[in-house]
Write a new protein. Structure first.
Lengths: 251, 68
Protein backbone atom coordinates (compact mmCIF):
# COMPACT_ATOMS: atom_id res chain seq x y z
CA UNK A 1 0.00 0.00 0.00
CA UNK A 2 1.35 3.40 -0.94
CA UNK A 3 1.31 5.77 2.05
CA UNK A 4 2.83 8.74 0.28
CA UNK A 5 4.02 9.57 -3.21
CA UNK A 6 4.39 12.55 -5.48
CA UNK A 7 0.98 13.89 -6.52
CA UNK A 8 0.05 13.47 -10.18
CA UNK A 9 -0.53 17.19 -10.67
CA UNK A 10 3.18 17.81 -10.04
CA UNK A 11 5.54 17.16 -12.95
CA UNK A 12 8.82 15.23 -12.75
CA UNK A 13 10.88 18.36 -13.45
CA UNK A 14 13.40 18.92 -10.61
CA UNK A 15 12.56 22.18 -8.84
CA UNK A 16 15.07 25.02 -9.10
CA UNK A 17 14.45 26.29 -5.55
CA UNK A 18 17.30 26.54 -3.04
CA UNK A 19 17.81 23.64 -0.61
CA UNK A 20 15.26 23.86 2.20
CA UNK A 21 13.04 26.43 0.47
CA UNK A 22 9.44 25.73 1.40
CA UNK A 23 8.09 26.75 -2.01
CA UNK A 24 8.34 23.06 -2.89
CA UNK A 25 6.10 22.08 0.02
CA UNK A 26 3.42 24.57 -1.02
CA UNK A 27 3.67 23.43 -4.66
CA UNK A 28 3.04 19.89 -3.49
CA UNK A 29 0.07 20.91 -1.32
CA UNK A 30 -1.56 22.70 -4.25
CA UNK A 31 -0.93 19.66 -6.47
CA UNK A 32 -2.37 17.30 -3.84
CA UNK A 33 -5.51 19.42 -3.57
CA UNK A 34 -5.90 19.47 -7.38
CA UNK A 35 -5.58 15.66 -7.36
CA UNK A 36 -8.04 15.18 -4.52
CA UNK A 37 -10.67 17.44 -6.06
CA UNK A 38 -10.15 15.78 -9.47
CA UNK A 39 -9.96 19.11 -11.29
CA UNK A 40 -6.63 18.80 -13.07
CA UNK A 41 -8.14 18.85 -16.57
CA UNK A 42 -9.86 22.19 -16.05
CA UNK A 43 -7.43 23.97 -13.76
CA UNK A 44 -5.49 26.99 -15.01
CA UNK A 45 -2.65 28.27 -12.87
CA UNK A 46 -1.20 31.76 -13.12
CA UNK A 47 2.53 31.95 -12.36
CA UNK A 48 3.96 35.18 -10.93
CA UNK A 49 7.30 36.93 -11.20
CA UNK A 50 9.65 36.06 -8.37
CA UNK A 51 11.23 32.84 -7.19
CA UNK A 52 8.20 30.87 -8.33
CA UNK A 53 8.36 32.38 -11.82
CA UNK A 54 8.97 28.93 -13.28
CA UNK A 55 6.03 27.34 -11.47
CA UNK A 56 4.60 26.58 -14.91
CA UNK A 57 7.21 23.86 -15.29
CA UNK A 58 6.13 22.12 -12.10
CA UNK A 59 2.36 21.85 -12.37
CA UNK A 60 0.71 19.41 -14.74
CA UNK A 61 -2.27 21.70 -15.37
CA UNK A 62 -2.40 24.59 -17.84
CA UNK A 63 -0.30 27.53 -16.71
CA UNK A 64 0.02 31.16 -17.78
CA UNK A 65 2.90 33.47 -16.90
CA UNK A 66 1.61 36.90 -15.88
CA UNK A 67 3.43 40.23 -15.85
CA UNK A 68 4.85 41.23 -12.46
CA UNK A 69 2.02 41.51 -9.93
CA UNK A 70 -0.74 41.15 -12.51
CA UNK A 71 -1.65 37.53 -11.79
CA UNK A 72 -5.06 38.37 -10.18
CA UNK A 73 -5.93 40.49 -13.23
CA UNK A 74 -4.99 37.66 -15.62
CA UNK A 75 -6.90 35.21 -13.41
CA UNK A 76 -9.95 37.49 -13.56
CA UNK A 77 -9.82 37.40 -17.35
CA UNK A 78 -9.42 33.62 -17.53
CA UNK A 79 -12.21 33.01 -15.03
CA UNK A 80 -14.66 35.41 -16.67
CA UNK A 81 -13.96 34.06 -20.15
CA UNK A 82 -14.16 30.40 -19.09
CA UNK A 83 -16.17 30.23 -15.86
CA UNK A 84 -15.97 26.43 -15.84
CA UNK A 85 -12.23 26.57 -15.34
CA UNK A 86 -10.71 26.52 -11.89
CA UNK A 87 -8.23 29.38 -11.76
CA UNK A 88 -5.53 29.84 -9.16
CA UNK A 89 -2.63 32.23 -8.86
CA UNK A 90 0.58 31.45 -7.02
CA UNK A 91 2.33 34.63 -5.92
CA UNK A 92 5.11 35.77 -3.65
CA UNK A 93 5.13 38.81 -1.41
CA UNK A 94 7.08 41.03 -3.81
CA UNK A 95 4.57 40.18 -6.51
CA UNK A 96 1.30 40.30 -4.58
CA UNK A 97 1.99 42.79 -1.79
CA UNK A 98 4.24 45.24 -3.60
CA UNK A 99 3.88 45.75 -7.32
CA UNK A 100 0.58 43.89 -7.50
CA UNK A 101 -1.20 45.53 -4.55
CA UNK A 102 -3.76 47.24 -6.76
CA UNK A 103 -4.65 44.04 -8.63
CA UNK A 104 -4.92 42.08 -5.38
CA UNK A 105 -7.05 44.62 -3.55
CA UNK A 106 -9.42 45.18 -6.45
CA UNK A 107 -9.78 41.48 -7.28
CA UNK A 108 -10.73 41.01 -3.62
CA UNK A 109 -13.09 43.99 -3.65
CA UNK A 110 -14.83 42.62 -6.76
CA UNK A 111 -15.04 39.20 -5.09
CA UNK A 112 -13.68 37.51 -8.20
CA UNK A 113 -14.23 33.76 -8.01
CA UNK A 114 -10.52 32.87 -7.99
CA UNK A 115 -8.07 31.27 -5.58
CA UNK A 116 -4.84 33.00 -4.59
CA UNK A 117 -1.94 31.23 -2.93
CA UNK A 118 0.25 33.95 -1.41
CA UNK A 119 3.74 33.02 -0.26
CA UNK A 120 5.02 35.42 2.40
CA UNK A 121 8.72 34.96 3.13
CA UNK A 122 9.39 38.54 4.26
CA UNK A 123 12.07 39.15 1.62
CA UNK A 124 12.66 39.47 -2.13
CA UNK A 125 14.13 36.05 -2.81
CA UNK A 126 14.85 35.95 -6.54
CA UNK A 127 16.62 39.29 -6.77
CA UNK A 128 18.99 38.52 -3.91
CA UNK A 129 17.34 39.35 -0.60
CA UNK A 130 16.24 42.98 -0.70
CA UNK A 131 13.72 44.40 1.76
CA UNK A 132 10.15 43.51 0.84
CA UNK A 133 6.92 45.23 1.95
CA UNK A 134 6.48 42.27 4.29
CA UNK A 135 9.98 42.41 5.87
CA UNK A 136 9.72 42.58 9.65
CA UNK A 137 10.69 45.73 11.61
CA UNK A 138 14.40 45.45 12.38
CA UNK A 139 14.95 42.67 9.84
CA UNK A 140 18.37 42.76 8.20
CA UNK A 141 18.24 42.50 4.41
CA UNK A 142 20.50 43.58 1.54
CA UNK A 143 18.84 47.00 1.40
CA UNK A 144 18.38 47.39 5.16
CA UNK A 145 21.79 46.31 6.50
CA UNK A 146 21.09 47.95 9.88
CA UNK A 147 17.65 46.41 10.14
CA UNK A 148 14.36 47.72 8.75
CA UNK A 149 13.90 51.20 10.19
CA UNK A 150 10.15 51.77 10.39
CA UNK A 151 10.54 55.56 10.68
CA UNK A 152 12.14 55.57 7.25
CA UNK A 153 10.75 52.52 5.45
CA UNK A 154 7.35 52.22 7.06
CA UNK A 155 5.70 49.19 8.52
CA UNK A 156 5.10 45.79 6.92
CA UNK A 157 1.92 45.20 4.93
CA UNK A 158 -0.32 42.64 6.60
CA UNK A 159 -2.25 41.41 3.60
CA UNK A 160 -4.86 39.23 5.34
CA UNK A 161 -5.72 41.92 7.89
CA UNK A 162 -5.89 44.57 5.18
CA UNK A 163 -8.19 42.56 2.89
CA UNK A 164 -10.39 41.40 5.76
CA UNK A 165 -11.69 44.97 6.10
CA UNK A 166 -13.18 44.76 2.61
CA UNK A 167 -16.72 43.47 2.09
CA UNK A 168 -15.68 41.57 -1.06
CA UNK A 169 -13.51 38.59 -0.14
CA UNK A 170 -15.05 35.26 0.78
CA UNK A 171 -12.20 33.54 2.56
CA UNK A 172 -8.87 34.72 3.95
CA UNK A 173 -6.57 32.57 6.03
CA UNK A 174 -2.94 32.76 7.12
CA UNK A 175 -1.05 29.49 7.55
CA UNK A 176 2.61 28.47 7.87
CA UNK A 177 4.67 25.53 6.63
CA UNK A 178 7.30 25.41 9.38
CA UNK A 179 6.32 22.06 10.89
CA UNK A 180 4.25 18.99 10.08
CA UNK A 181 1.16 20.19 11.93
CA UNK A 182 1.18 23.57 10.20
CA UNK A 183 1.72 21.92 6.80
CA UNK A 184 -1.40 19.78 7.38
CA UNK A 185 -3.36 22.90 8.35
CA UNK A 186 -2.02 24.70 5.29
CA UNK A 187 -3.32 21.91 3.09
CA UNK A 188 -6.77 22.16 4.68
CA UNK A 189 -6.82 25.91 4.04
CA UNK A 190 -5.70 25.50 0.41
CA UNK A 191 -8.33 22.80 -0.14
CA UNK A 192 -11.01 25.06 1.27
CA UNK A 193 -9.87 27.90 -0.98
CA UNK A 194 -10.25 25.66 -4.04
CA UNK A 195 -13.56 24.22 -2.80
CA UNK A 196 -14.93 27.76 -2.38
CA UNK A 197 -14.20 28.40 -6.03
CA UNK A 198 -15.88 25.14 -7.08
CA UNK A 199 -18.93 26.19 -5.04
CA UNK A 200 -18.91 29.61 -6.71
CA UNK A 201 -18.45 31.43 -3.42
CA UNK A 202 -15.79 33.88 -4.57
CA UNK A 203 -12.38 35.30 -3.74
CA UNK A 204 -10.26 33.06 -1.53
CA UNK A 205 -6.71 33.90 -0.47
CA UNK A 206 -4.40 31.71 1.57
CA UNK A 207 -1.27 33.44 2.90
CA UNK A 208 1.50 30.94 3.59
CA UNK A 209 4.38 31.99 5.85
CA UNK A 210 7.33 30.46 4.07
CA UNK A 211 11.08 30.34 4.58
CA UNK A 212 13.99 31.72 2.58
CA UNK A 213 17.10 30.10 4.11
CA UNK A 214 19.48 31.54 1.49
CA UNK A 215 18.55 35.20 1.88
CA UNK A 216 17.83 35.07 5.59
CA UNK A 217 21.34 33.62 5.98
CA UNK A 218 20.15 30.67 8.01
CA UNK A 219 20.24 26.90 7.69
CA UNK A 220 16.95 25.33 6.49
CA UNK A 221 16.26 24.11 10.03
CA UNK A 222 16.94 27.50 11.66
CA UNK A 223 14.86 29.20 8.98
CA UNK A 224 11.84 27.15 10.06
CA UNK A 225 12.55 28.15 13.67
CA UNK A 226 12.76 31.79 12.58
CA UNK A 227 9.23 31.52 11.14
CA UNK A 228 8.04 30.21 14.50
CA UNK A 229 9.90 32.75 16.64
CA UNK A 230 9.80 35.92 14.55
CA UNK A 231 7.20 35.73 11.81
CA UNK A 232 4.23 34.05 13.50
CA UNK A 233 4.17 36.57 16.41
CA UNK A 234 4.05 39.43 13.87
CA UNK A 235 1.77 37.66 11.39
CA UNK A 236 -0.63 35.65 13.58
CA UNK A 237 -2.01 32.50 11.97
CA UNK A 238 -5.71 31.95 11.60
CA UNK A 239 -8.85 32.58 9.58
CA UNK A 240 -9.28 36.30 8.91
CA UNK A 241 -12.50 36.07 6.98
CA UNK A 242 -14.90 33.27 6.19
CA UNK A 243 -18.13 34.77 4.99
CA UNK A 244 -20.15 31.58 4.57
CA UNK A 245 -19.17 30.33 8.03
CA UNK A 246 -20.11 33.73 9.50
CA UNK A 247 -23.49 33.56 7.73
CA UNK A 248 -24.20 30.12 9.17
CA UNK A 249 -23.35 31.39 12.66
CA UNK A 250 -25.94 34.16 12.45
CA UNK A 251 -28.67 31.80 11.21
CA UNK B 1 7.26 -2.92 7.48
CA UNK B 2 7.56 0.33 5.64
CA UNK B 3 9.53 0.69 2.45
CA UNK B 4 11.15 4.03 1.66
CA UNK B 5 12.19 4.99 -1.87
CA UNK B 6 14.17 8.16 -2.54
CA UNK B 7 14.64 9.96 -5.84
CA UNK B 8 18.22 10.54 -4.75
CA UNK B 9 19.29 12.69 -7.70
CA UNK B 10 16.64 15.32 -6.87
CA UNK B 11 17.65 15.56 -3.20
CA UNK B 12 19.17 18.90 -2.20
CA UNK B 13 20.39 17.71 1.18
CA UNK B 14 18.42 20.31 3.16
CA UNK B 15 17.82 17.82 5.96
CA UNK B 16 14.26 18.91 6.77
CA UNK B 17 13.14 15.25 6.53
CA UNK B 18 15.91 14.19 8.92
CA UNK B 19 14.63 16.66 11.53
CA UNK B 20 10.98 15.72 10.98
CA UNK B 21 11.49 11.99 11.53
CA UNK B 22 10.36 11.01 15.05
CA UNK B 23 12.24 7.69 14.87
CA UNK B 24 15.58 9.06 13.60
CA UNK B 25 15.45 6.72 10.60
CA UNK B 26 17.03 9.16 8.15
CA UNK B 27 20.39 10.86 7.81
CA UNK B 28 22.33 12.70 5.14
CA UNK B 29 24.88 10.41 3.48
CA UNK B 30 28.15 12.19 4.20
CA UNK B 31 30.10 9.74 2.02
CA UNK B 32 27.91 10.13 -1.08
CA UNK B 33 27.34 12.97 -3.51
CA UNK B 34 24.48 13.06 -5.98
CA UNK B 35 24.28 14.62 -9.44
CA UNK B 36 23.48 18.04 -8.00
CA UNK B 37 26.50 17.88 -5.71
CA UNK B 38 24.57 17.47 -2.46
CA UNK B 39 24.81 14.81 0.21
CA UNK B 40 21.53 12.98 -0.37
CA UNK B 41 19.29 11.57 2.33
CA UNK B 42 19.38 7.85 3.12
CA UNK B 43 17.52 5.53 5.48
CA UNK B 44 19.86 4.11 8.10
CA UNK B 45 17.27 2.30 10.22
CA UNK B 46 14.55 1.50 7.69
CA UNK B 47 13.15 -1.32 9.84
CA UNK B 48 12.20 1.24 12.52
CA UNK B 49 10.14 3.35 10.10
CA UNK B 50 6.49 3.66 11.16
CA UNK B 51 5.34 5.15 7.82
CA UNK B 52 4.06 8.37 9.44
CA UNK B 53 5.10 10.28 6.29
CA UNK B 54 6.38 13.25 8.35
CA UNK B 55 9.58 13.22 6.25
CA UNK B 56 7.65 13.32 3.00
CA UNK B 57 5.37 16.06 4.38
CA UNK B 58 8.37 18.30 5.02
CA UNK B 59 10.35 17.38 1.88
CA UNK B 60 10.30 20.42 -0.42
CA UNK B 61 11.33 18.38 -3.44
CA UNK B 62 8.90 15.51 -3.11
CA UNK B 63 11.56 12.83 -3.50
CA UNK B 64 10.24 10.35 -0.91
CA UNK B 65 7.82 7.53 -1.67
CA UNK B 66 6.53 5.49 1.26
CA UNK B 67 4.92 2.06 1.00
CA UNK B 68 3.96 -0.52 3.54
Amino acid sequence: MVVFEKPYALTDVPMHYCPGCTHGIVHRLVAEVIDELGIEGRTVGIAPVGCSVMAYNYFNCDMIEAAHGRAPAVATGVKRAEPENIVFTYQGDGDLASIGTAETVHAAARNENITIIFINNAIYGMTGGQMAPTSLPGQITQTSPYGRDVTQCGFPVKVCEMLSELDGPEYLERVAVNNVKNVKNAKKAIKKAFQNQLDGKGFSLVEVLSSCPTNWGLTPQNALKWIDEKMIPYYPLGVYKDRSAAKEDTK
Amino acid sequence: MAKLTFKTDNCKGCGLCVDACPKHVLQLAEDKINKKGHHPVEAVKEDECIACAFCATMCPDCIIKIER
